[in-house]
Structures are given as C-alpha cells and as structure tokens.
Design a protein. Structure first.
Length: 485
C-alpha cells in the first residue's frame, strides 16, 4: 500500500511504496518509512530488524542524467562505490562528517571560511575539541582522502553543514545556507545530489532547490535535493554520526532514495525515509521537546528558591515515580540547537506554539535570575570576588555557542565587580581573562558553578570552606550544601 502525503501546496504525492522482503539478514539494509513503520520494541537496534518484519522502501527509477546509475529494481548500482563529496562548512558537524566519509573511502573536498581551520585540518589536526576526532582527521588527511579549501570543487555529492542562527525577533537567518548554495552553483553538473544537514525551518530544502535552479542552467529533475538533519551530541559526535538513526527527506522520492543509498555507505543506524518538510520539522520538534522539558526543570528551580527548598532533592524524590523523569535545571539553555531551533517552529506556526514559546522564554530568562542571585550574595560581602566556573554551553566541550554561562559572566562583569573566569576547554577568550581553577578558588569568596565540567566535580567542601557557593547545574558532590540559583 502506498503512502499518500499531503504536500504544502495541497496536492497529494506518493512517497516510496513499501514491500516485504525475505532476503537473508546479512544482505538486508534497514530503510524504513517512518510514517508507516513503528518499532515493536523501542529499545531494539536497527540490526534487530530482520526477516519478515523488515520493510524496505523502494523508489521509482529516475530519468535523464542519472538513468545509468539505477538497476531494474530501482536501486543505485554500486551504491557502496566511492564518491567525490564536497562538504561545505567544517565545524562541529561538518568536520566529523567529512572525516568519517574519508575513512569510508570517499574523496572529500572540505570547504570553510576560516583560514585557521583550513590550515589546522590540512596539517592533520582538528580545530575543535571532540573525542577521537583529531585521530580521525590525521588519518583522513594522511591518506589523501580529505583536504580543506576556501572554495568548492566539482563533486558527485554536496553536503551543506553551515550555521542557521536566529536573526532579530527570533526570525530564522538563512544567509549562510543561501551563501553555501550560491558557492556551489558554478560546479554543479546534472545528476548531482545536494544534501542539507543544517537544522532548518520547514520548506528550506525546497527553497534551496528553487534558488539553485533559478541561478543555474540545469533543468529541474536533473539535480536531486534532500534534507538529512544532524542529530549528534557534542562529546559523542564521531560515534553518533555513524550509529544514530537518521531522517532522510528528499524533495521527491528519487532524491530521498539517492540520499539514503549514500548514507548507507557510512551510517549503521536505521535510515527513516520521509519527505524534506517532515524531516526538517521532525528535527525542530526533537529540540523543542527537550527545550520544554528543560524549561520545566528550570522553573522548578525558581519555585524551590521561592519556597526555600532543595531543587536537587525535590527532583530526585519526584523521579522515584515510575513514570516521572524530570531533567536537571541549569543556568539556562545553550548550544546552536536547543536554544535556537524551537524559534523556527514558533516562526512557522506562531498561533499554535504557545507552549514552545513559553518554554523558550523561561529558559532565556534563567541567566538573569542567576545574576540576580549572585548580586544578592555579593551585597552581603564587603569586597566580593566572584569566580565563574565554566563558559561552555555544556559539560566537557569547548562549544560556547548560545551559552547561558557566557551571558551570566558578561552581566556580572558589566557591574564592575571583581570577576575571575575558569574555562578549561579553551585556550583563551576575547572578553575574559581565563585563570586556572586553583587560582580562582584561592581568590574568590563567591563561587558560581555554571557548567558541570569534570574538573569542577572534584572540588571538595574543604576547598570551598566558608565561601558562598551558587551551583546552578548540580555539579558539586555535596549539592545540598550549595545555594540554589
């Protein structure tokens, strides 16, 4: 039975037909249509889908330029063969993806606007902190499979891994996607596949296709476009690029299948086939879901402050219920995904996203509440010296994007108070002088823990003595002894 999906223009279009296969488990590849297939057991991995329970999505054969690459069964001939891949953007997602593709035998031409990043990569070094990435980059560059450049080149497949921030008024800012698209136009050839990995508002992949077709001479139907959103966690990116389930959504069913066959060359998780708009929206929903749950925890921390309760004990006790799983509060929400993506949903459907908007407001306002609590403590001391521990948006990474810890530190610094800053995962900061942890603890009489870095968790009560401690993320071993922010 075919899957009918309502397109954004109100028409119905067919996405891949589903058929059962009884091939031997060792020869099967798990391509599933997310809207028709539900896992019987949520905890099972993709390689548990075997025998008669597996459903394989089969797309119609394409026409024109790529006809030669498809066999009679609608599958790409030689889908495991090496491709020339151009990755635009070599940041926290693009570089791990490029290095992994190179390790699978693809020839990867990486593109970035940072000369420092390009020089580091071509020297065999990762310019970002991520476990195992340095080793992977060293090997990829050493084998000649990965090189970084300022400009794109001709390729079979283009992957766009560029930022998609918010502009003023929490509006999506797609200037980097548009710039990346325009940068590859002169290199495109019929049959190319263009994949957008950047988290994007609904309809972005279609607009990307429209832009490229409007500014190139290649007819529609001879280029293929798909969205395959990254779903990785900093600190686990190298592993999760390969192992996580992936959403694959093309602007048509041929694009979907071409993209799925390419991802099958390096991804071991299940590839869930859908359309581009659904894939785009699903990624936004994933991050909005997490944002709403974090907002609940952050609001509980404010309630506990008002009621003079220990938020950590409260959450621990509430989570003893078998169907309750409250997250830990923090100084806010950071990172390029959770702090940004929910606004894309609000912008797309402003009348239907009251809960998502409220959660964003709760989390965005949390840093100001932390600052107010620190200033209250500072007013109780004649010569306050404040140690801000951590600038990253999460523990044990060097990623500062949208970090609430930076917002707190900036606000405290702006008051003119004596503020010392510790961030062990970066070498320096343009705005703050960084000091070692021991130095900060020796000088400060107010300690504000903003990030749960591993190093901070080793701080003992004896080291803290009679200092005022404001632990915003529950990093210290004796959490109940810390002042709740």
């Amino acid at each position: 039975m075919g899957l009918a999906t309502r397109a954004h223009n109100g028409s119905l279009h067919k996405f891949p037909q589903l058929r059962r296969r009884n091939a031997a488990p060792s020869t099967q590849r798990s391509f599933v249509d997310a809207t028709q297939l539900r896992r019987r057991n949520a905890g099972r991995r993709s390689n548990d889908w075997r025998g008669e329970t597996e459903q394989v999505a089969v797309a119609r054969k394409p026409t024109r330029a790529n006809q030669r690459s498809w066999d009679d069964g609608g599958r790409i001939v030689g889908q495991g063969s090496n491709k020339n891949v151009c990755v635009i953007g070599l940041g926290y997602t693009g570089l791990p993806t490029a290095a992994i593709l190179a390790s699978r035998g693809h020839d990867v031409h990486g593109v970035d606007v940072s000369d420092a990043a390009i020089d580091a990569i071509n020297a065999g070094r990762a310019h970002i902190v991520e476990p195992d990435l340095d080793m992977l980059v060293t090997a990829a560059v050493g084998t000649g499979k990965l090189r970084a450049h300022r400009t794109p080149s001709a390729a079979d497949i283009y992957i766009l891994c560029v930022p998609t921030p918010c502009a003023d008024g929490h509006k999506p800012d797609l200037q980097f996607v548009e710039a990346a698209a325009r940068s590859i136009i002169d290199y495109l050839q019929p049959g190319n596949l263009i994949i957008l990995e950047s988290t994007s508002p609904p309809g972005t992949t279609e607009r990307l296709a429209d832009l490229i077709h409007a500014e190139s001479a290649i007819p529609r139907g001879e280029l293929y476009f798909a969205h395959a959103p990254e779903r990785v966690l900093p600190g686990r990116v190298v592993r999760e690029v390969v192992e996580n389930d992936r959403l694959i959504g093309g602007i048509d069913e041929v694009s979907t299948r071409l993209c799925a066959d390419f991802y099958a060359t390096f991804a071991t998780g299940t590839l869930h086939l859908t359309d581009a708009r659904t894939a785009e929206t699903a990624k936004l929903v994933e991050n909005a879901y997490r944002d709403v749950n974090i907002a609940f925890a952050n609001e509980l921390s404010l309630v506990c402050e008002d009621l003079n309760l220990d938020v950590w004990e409260l959450i621990d006790l509430a989570n003893r219920h078998p169907r309750v799983n409250i997250l830990n509060p923090g100084p806010g929400v950071g990172g390029h995904c959770i702090a940004v993506d929910p606004w894309f949903l609000v912008d797309a459907a402003p009348e239907s996203t009251e809960l998502i908007r409220t959660a964003r407001t709760v989390n965005d306002n949390k840093p100001a509440r932390v600052v107010a609590r620190v200033l209250e403590a500072a007013n109780s001391i004649e010569e306050p010296v404040i140690a801000c521990l951590g600038l990253a948006y999460k523990a044990d990474v060097d990623d500062l994007r949208e970090s609430p810890a930076i917002a707190v530190t900036q606000s405290l610094h702006a008051t003119g108070l004596d503020v010392v800053v510790v961030e062990p995962y970066i070498r320096g900061h343009d705005e703050f002088e960084l000091v070692p942890l021991a130095n900060a603890l020796e000088r400060a009489n107010i300690v504000v823990v903003l990030v749960g870095h591993r190093e901070f968790k080793s701080i003992t009560p004896a080291t803290l003595g009679d200092k005022i401690v404001i632990d915003t993320c529950g990093a210290l071993p004796d959490r109940g002894a810390a002042v709740k922010a």
